[in-house]
Design a protein around this ligand. Structure first.
Ligand SMILES: *Cc1c(COP(=O)(O)O)cnc(C)c1O
Length: 410
């Protein structure tokens, strides 16, 4: 008899998006003539940059000829891509890596979810709240998060609330935690940390021997100068942090699948007897055993993001979404609402008026403005009283949605 990993049975059902779908379907059946505008989805809509398409076509042709065919590639990724990453994403900021410190992946979700395999199941962990659900769920799966309390919180998880009260800047834990996930610019709040605010976390990690997993999936959306693009801009971070990036939100790769993870050589974790083990070695071993690399065609497409044309095209796509974000922020504020984010990220975090619950406001907006958002409470207990709106749609839809919301709230 095969016994199941019972930790999986503790996972709360992922009801958020199916609950939204149910409510939206009910609305559609009762209001068949109304056109809904969806500002809830976290997926991009602009096509791939032309430079990436061109690179993929070329790579496909190479695959058609025995002389240029590529079979299994290095599990860690091809040097042409890791070198482009080092040269473009890090060297200009004074950060230096060797190719063996960069691991090409099939996206940030896999690596944020899998990285915990390197650590014992009984480490303590911390997350900002609200947050991208993968961090907690992947730790539930190995039993690291403990048991679920009636307050919706896991016993071995330290929750670091991010709300309007602390301007979405989480306070350092008042005790030591082994593993902390940070995501900046943040999904879902759209907020960021300044250099000094992030430095406090690196200093905390250095002092407490804490491992930081820094998810920078939205790095390309940063517009303000004092917001770090990489955690390694902070002195000492190479000793304590893994950085995870993705081409999904940067260059429209959500359906193509490519990202990368940085595991610096200096980064170590301890055995029970106190020996320090480089995590780079362990991650390399893990990847070589369980991952056979991202496809050659995909890595060529990702490399093209770093060409002059690629950079320009990526910038245009991001500006397209950020124009939406600006429209949303301006219009929602004009409608008397309080909103956060939207400056260094494609997400607007709307505070519901008069303390209305997330789900109640979601329904009000659905029925009165025919606009779909995502209830903030779906991202964690501290998301209650907020709604996430995304800037990933068309200009036309975005403008119309804002007009409808203003009309409704007039
Ligand atoms: C979208 C998203 C990811 C996942 O990116 P993929 O590379 O497509 O797997 C990771 N982290 C955050 C915070 C995201 O919003």
């Amino acid at each position: 008899m095969a016994l199941v990993n019972e930790h999986f049975l503790k996972l709360p059902g992922s009801y958020l998006f199916s609950d939204i779908a149910k409510k939206v379907n009910t609305f559609k059946i009762t209001h068949p003539r109304q056109r809904l505008i969806r500002l809830g989805i976290g997926d991009v809509t602009r096509p791939l940059p032309a430079a990436c398409i061109e690179a993929m076509h070329k790579a496909v042709d190479e695959m058609a000829d025995a002389a240029t065919f590529h079979g299994y590639g290095p599990e860690q990724g091809y040097d042409f891509l890791t070198e482009a990453i080092i040269k473009n994403d890090y060297a200009p900021r004074g950060i230096h890596f060797s190719t063996s410190e960069i691991f090409i992946s099939d996206g940030a979700k896999s690596d944020t979810g899998n990285i915990g395999e390197l650590l014992r199941w009984d480490n303590s962990m911390g997350i900002t709240d609200p947050v991208y659900p993968v961090y907690v769920d992947s730790n539930i799966m190995c039993g690291r998060s403990g048991v679920l309390g009636e307050d919706g919180k896991w016993s071995n998880v330290t929750y670091l609330p991010c709300t309007a009260e602390n301007q979405f800047v989480p306070a350092l834990p008042d005790h030591r935690v082994d593993l902390i996930y940070l995501c900046y610019p943040n999904n879902p709040t759209g907020t960021t940390l300044t250099h000094d605010q992030l430095k406090k976390w690196v200093d905390y990690a250095l002092e407490n021997d804490t491992l930081l997993v820094f998810d920078a999936a939205y790095e390309a959306y940063i517009h303000e100068d004092n917001v770090p693009h990489s955690i390694y801009e902070i002195r000492g971070a190479k000793k304590v942090a893994i950085e995870i990036r993705s081409f999904s939100k940067t260059a429209g790769f959500t359906g193509v699948r490519c990202g990368y993870t940085v595991v610096p050589k200096e980064l170590t974790a301890a055995t029970l007897t106190g020996e320090r083990i480089p995590l780079n070695q362990l991650w390399n071993r893990r990847q070589c055993t369980k991952f056979n690399g991202t496809s050659y065609i995909t890595q060529r497409a990702a490399e093209a993001i770093y060409t002059p044309e690629g950079k320009q095209q990526v910038k245009e796509n991001i500006e397209y979404y950020m124009t939406n974000a600006r429209t949303m922020k301006t219009e929602l504020e004009a409608a008397g609402l309080t909103v956060y984010g939207g400056v260094n990220s494609p997400y607007i975090w709307l505070q519901t008026p008069d303390g209305t619950g997330s789900w109640k406001f979601f329904e009000q907006m659905l029925y009165n403005a025919n606009v779909v958002g995502t209830p903030g409470v779906g991202f964690g207990p501290s998301g209650e009283g907020y709604i996430r709106l995304t800037a990933f749609g068309t200009h036309e839809d975005c403008q119309e949605a804002m007009q409808r919301i203003r009309q409704w709230l007039r």
